[in-house]
Ligand binder design. Structure first.
Ligand code: WTA
Length: 643
């Protein structure tokens, strides 16, 4: 092993025999260093939720203090920090330039080719202001929507901050999504401006984002301006741009480096981020300003124990909530340095991430179980080449982590010294809700307990708590500051999907879970028809409609099939149009078609041609039956099955 950081090993309590019952206790050193030394005591403190979150709101500079912490008079439309006035970009950037952090690196951009770019808080301040002023020139006003289809690059971060500075609402489209998904999201958000780039680096290639965007914007009537970032230097000529396009560099040229922050109401919309549900089109999850700030900054600080000397790296993409909350906003609100990585985890080789950890001395590292399982396949050879002794705390997010992957991560990356924070949360929750703190005893595969200030439980369909050890529905019983406030333009769906399923006015998360004898939560996966493919949320209905939009397909039903690395992949059952056969050509064509509609996130496993699909008498596809058949399990209750 490489020279250690002198850190103590965590102690392992193996008195219990079953593997998944192993308990890992934090070392004294971890506890001594931690902001929160007593996990249970902090949970106790969090029981007075208004007091707890009000205290956390103190860290920011408010233009006007709020009158009331929580307004719950119109459930489930909660309001936090009522009548407070604040600006997120001001608190994430401007605030630091009057402190010793002024010349500290805010963004450390590095890509799979090893190119890097460091941007200090002061430089970031200037860039954000320039773009904010340029947006104003384009006619972007408070409440207008700006969409992005950009790689993980500094311009993406600058764009989102420029929006929040002037009160525009951003809506990021993940650069791995494709034309169909892009069009749906941009049209639903009614974006006025779009930012895209010439390309993004992925596994040694450059993916042409502009080409996808060009095709998509033809179907996006609200878009007035398209801003093009020259990111990979592929040299698009000015003459190639259409009348509504402009280069990013041109746009900000000569713009003043000062820009007054918009005084936002605590409840003014901050961003819309689309995510998949079990039915219909993606949902526009709407987050607002102050509560979101308080929630993400507090959870990042506490869960990963962010200190002044930290180098923070979250590998999530800004196209998803993880990137919004913990690549961009959380870290900058805490004034830390955030690593922004563009590329694959295994290119040019599966040591690329560990190389970055060594080169820059990353101290806190946060990634997805699917990435860990992928890198695990290459054994411990790669992590052993590099000095990983700077690492102090590790984390995971996005799906349940299997104990085997947890232990591999713990041993080979953390060298048995770093606790692993298994953080459970969602696009809707905005921030971690169930997660340990570094001072908590850990059990591999469990996200441990609800964070301080959070009240969660596992209940049955009547809203009654289930007995210990039994599976049930995961619910959140009290509001939290970073909660989404509605689904954009669809309040009814907001209420139906999240607040009425389970009686008692609780938030139903759509996940199954159980609690053990210590009150630890074990998340078991989704209770609805949402898939988790390599940590990405994909709705079965979106995939089905992509299939059905192909002329050869009459009907489609899609289920998740378990996959050792991606967690789940898609298995599709297809009824084809008269005379069509699912031969290799058609399989290839359908794969291309679905990829065109949805992008590479929709990883197709298998397709099977069928004559019939199991349906309820009312015509709803019973995916549960398909799943049970696929796994060779009992079909369960089939009384509602038509035939
Ligand atoms: C799943 C990602 C188990 C869960 C931040 C949830 C997890 C969905 C965990 C939200 C975890 C997320 N353990 N499952 N630590 N974290 N999930 O909106 O099913 O992309 O409902 O947000 O991911 O996915 P989303």
């Amino acid at each position: 092993m490489k020279k250690g950081n002198g850190g103590e090993k965590m102690t392992q309590d193996t008195t219990v025999l079953l593997d998944e019952r192993r308990i890992f206790k934090p070392s004294k050193e971890i506890i001594e260093r931690a902001h929160i030394k007593d996990w249970e005591a902090e949970i106790e403190k969090g029981k007075d939720i208004e007091k707890y979150w009000a205290e956390k709101a103190e860290q920011f500079e408010w233009f006007k203090k709020y009158d009331k912490v929580l307004d719950d008079s119109n459930k489930p439309f909660y309001k936090w920090f009522v009548n407070g006035k604040i600006n997120l970009a001001y608190n994430a950037v401007d605030r630091w330039i009057h402190t010793e952090k002024r010349n500290q690196v805010a963004i450390l951009y590095v890509n799979e080719r090893g190119h890097e770019k460091k941007i200090t808080y002061y430089e970031l301040y200037r860039e954000v202001n320039k773009l904010a002023n340029a947006f104003k020139n384009l006619g972007v006003k408070k409440g207008d929507k700006v969409s992005t289809y950009l790689p993980m690059c500094p311009e993406l971060i600058i764009t989102l901050l420029a929006c929040t500075k002037i009160g525009a609402i951003h809506s990021v489209v993940y650069s791995g999504l494709s034309v169909g998904a892009f069009v749906d999201r941009v049209n639903d958000a009614e974006a006025k401006v779009i930012l895209t780039a010439d390309g993004t680096y992925r596994r040694g290639k450059i993916i042409d984002l502009k080409k996808i965007s060009d095709e998509a914007v033809l179907r996006c009537p609200t878009v007035e301006t398209i801003v093009v970032v020259n990111h990979t230097g592929s040299k698009i000529e000015i003459s190639e741009l259409s009348g509504r396009e402009i280069f990013y560099d041109r746009l900000i040229e000569g713009e003043p480096v000062e820009c007054e922050p918009e005084h936002m109401d605590a409840e003014d919309p901050l961003f819309i981020l689309y995510t998949s549900g079990s039915t219909g089109k993606p949902k526009g999850v709407l987050h607002t300003t102050a509560g979101y700030m308080v929630g993400v900054a507090t959870t990042l600080r506490n869960v990963f124990d962010i200190q002044d000397d930290d180098l923070w790296w979250c590998t999530g993409d800004i196209g998803w909530i993880t990137g919004h909350s913990y690549v961009l906003y959380g870290p900058l609100l805490l004034g830390t340095t955030t690593v922004v990585y563009e590329g694959a985890p295994d290119y040019p080789d599966p040591g690329v991430w560990w190389n970055i950890v060594e080169r820059y001395g990353v101290t806190k590292f946060y990634t997805a179980p699917t990435a860990i399982r992928h890198l695990m396949r290459f054994g411990n050879r790669y992590p052993n080449i590099y000095d990983l002794s700077s690492l102090k705390i590790l984390g995971t997010v996005g799906e349940p982590i299997n104990p085997e992957a947890w232990v591999w991560y713990y041993k080979n990356i953390g060298k048995e010294k770093t606790p692993i924070m298994d953080t459970w949360w969602q696009t809707e929750t905005g921030m971690h809700l169930i997660s340990p703190l570094p001072s908590a005893p850990l059990k591999p595969g469990s996200a441990t307990k609800p964070l301080p200030g959070i009240d969660a439980d596992v209940v049955d369909v009547d809203g009654k708590p289930v007995p210990m050890g039994k599976g049930g529905l995961l619910v959140i019983k009290t509001p939290w500051p970073a909660m989404f406030r509605t689904l954009y333009k669809d309040e009814q769906r907001y209420m139906d999907v999240y607040w009425t399923d389970v009686p008692g006015g609780v938030y139903s998360a759509g996940d199954m879970a159980r609690k053990d004898e210590d009150g630890y939560f074990w998340i078991q996966g989704r209770s609805d028809d949402v898939l988790k493919i390599a940590g990405h949320r994909v709705g079965t209905s979106e995939v089905e409609s992509a299939f059905v939009s192909h002329p050869a397909v009459a009907e489609a039903a899609v289920i998740g099939k378990s996959d050792p690395i991606k967690g789940e992949v898609i298995k599709a059952f297809l009824i084809l149009k008269e005379g069509k056969k699912l031969d290799t050509n058609l399989i290839e064509e359908l794969s291309r078609h679905v990829r065109y509609e949805l992008g590479p996130v929709a990883v197709l496993g298998e397709m099977e041609q069928v004559e019939k699909l199991p349906k309820t008498r009312s015509g709803k596809i019973m995916r549960r039956i398909l799943r049970a058949k696929e796994e060779g399990k009992d079909l369960g209750d089939t009384s509602t099955l038509e035939e």
